[in-house]
Design a protein around this ligand. Structure first.
Ligand code: MRU
Length: 366
């Protein structure tokens, strides 16, 4: 998407320079910084410390990290070590394991001398496919938004609510939950987006920045406002992203998503999840029981993080000294609360049958 008129992806291979570049999201929305990743350790740190984040982007970054490592040492032992280092960075988004497994399947049968070149082209393929997938999600989601717009008086905005950042910064481009919004806006449908701040990391600020760059009207709200807004008829549709969706359609996403789904159900507001197929974990069914939930540093909760006047990231404590924080980073919304899953192949019911109908080649393969 465009930043001040220039098109960017969130990660790209600068082939002539022989490096991978990313937008360092720790500084957004205050400062737009592009940094270079040159070693496996830097790739791992970028994922672990959230210079990049969002399930699809984590997967693409891992694939480029493997390519970097294969250029240095293309032995199987080197691949296995890189796989383990990257896999250990974050536990919840399944796209990480998906990308690493895809690299293993493609590279290990090759002669060591052929692995590096294939690893780079594969990482590029994974990135390009992500862009295509998200564009397709946008086209399918656009139809949902069009249906709602058609039932409203002409010129009245469709009011959406989203949680976290499932935008282009969380993918390679377009975003998942935001892609239908970008498509609808570009098609001339007026929108008004409620953006949950998404404490403690405030990914909503990234979403606000994205929507602002694209000219989409939005308001940044505290995480607890959604239920109130729905009760007062101010939300027509909720669309969120997901970090891992199970074979039966249970949706794991940023902490707080479940509460939005409960409020949506209580108020008859459709609750959709934008789901690229690499985010489906076909090996698990019961998301609440089976998905590992990342527990992050409690300081993210006991302190508020911002950028000070000198451009440094700084933390201010908001709790008494000694208060311990709890910081589960994701939760699971059971499929019964999900109106539908917007995938690159169309909109599916959030159920084993619904997903199997859209992805028959994957369903039951585990
Ligand atoms: O902790 P984060 O910022 O990596 O969490 C991101 C999310 O929860 C997104 O909603 C999810 O990855 C979907 S991104 C298209």
């Amino acid at each position: 998407m465009k930043v001040q008129g220039t098109h960017y992806r969130s990660i790209w291979w600068d082939k002539p320079a022989g490096v991978v570049r990313i937008i360092d999201q720790r500084w957004l929305p205050h400062d737009f910084r592009v940094v270079t990743l040159k070693t496996l350790d830097e790739f791992a740190a970028a994922i672990r410390d959230m210079w990049v984040r969002g399930a699809p982007l984590i997967g693409a970054t891992a694939a480029f990290g493997i390519a970097e490592q294969m250029s240095r040492d293309s032995s199987e032992a080197s691949f296995d070590a890189a796989y383990d280092v990257l896999h250990a960075t974050r536990p919840t988004a399944i796209n990480l394991r998906w990308a690493l497994d895809r690299c293993r399947e493609a590279l290990m049968p090759l002669a060591p001398g052929d692995r590096a070149e294939r690893a780079w082209s594969l990482a590029q393929e994974i990135a390009d496919e992500d862009v295509e997938i998200n564009a397709a999600i946008g086209r399918h989601g656009l139809e949902l938004i069009k249906d709602i717009a058609a039932r409203k008086p002409a010129g009245e905005p469709v009011r959406l609510l989203t949680h976290c950042n499932a935008g282009w910064l969380a993918t390679v481009d377009w975003g998942t939950a935001t892609s239908p919004m970008y498509h609808a806006h570009d098609a001339g449908i007026p929108l008004q987006v409620w953006v949950d701040e998404t404490r403690p990391r405030n990914q909503g600020a990234l979403t606000s920045w994205e929507l602002g760059e694209h000219g989409i009207p939005h308001r940044y709200i505290v995480d607890n406002a959604g239920g109130h807004l729905m009760q007062h008829g101010l939300v027509d549709l909720v669309i969120t992203g997901t970090d891992r969706t199970t074979a039966q359609g249970d949706v794991c996403n940023k902490i707080g998503t479940y509460l939005k789904a409960l409020a949506a159900r209580d108020n008859g507001v459709p609750f959709y999840v934008a789901l690229p197929s690499p985010t489906i974990d076909w090996t698990v069914r019961d998301g609440v029981a089976e998905i590992p939930i990342e527990e992050r540093d409690s300081m993210e909760v006991t302190h508020v993080m911002g950028v000070d006047g000198q451009g440094n990231i700084s933390d201010v404590r908001v709790t008494p000294d000694g208060t311990e924080g709890g910081n589960p980073a994701f939760d699971v919304t059971p499929n019964r609360l999900v109106t539908g899953l917007i995938t690159e192949r169309g909109v599916s019911e959030a159920s084993a049958d619904g997903l199997a109908r859209l992805f028959p080649e994957r369903a039951g393969s585990h």
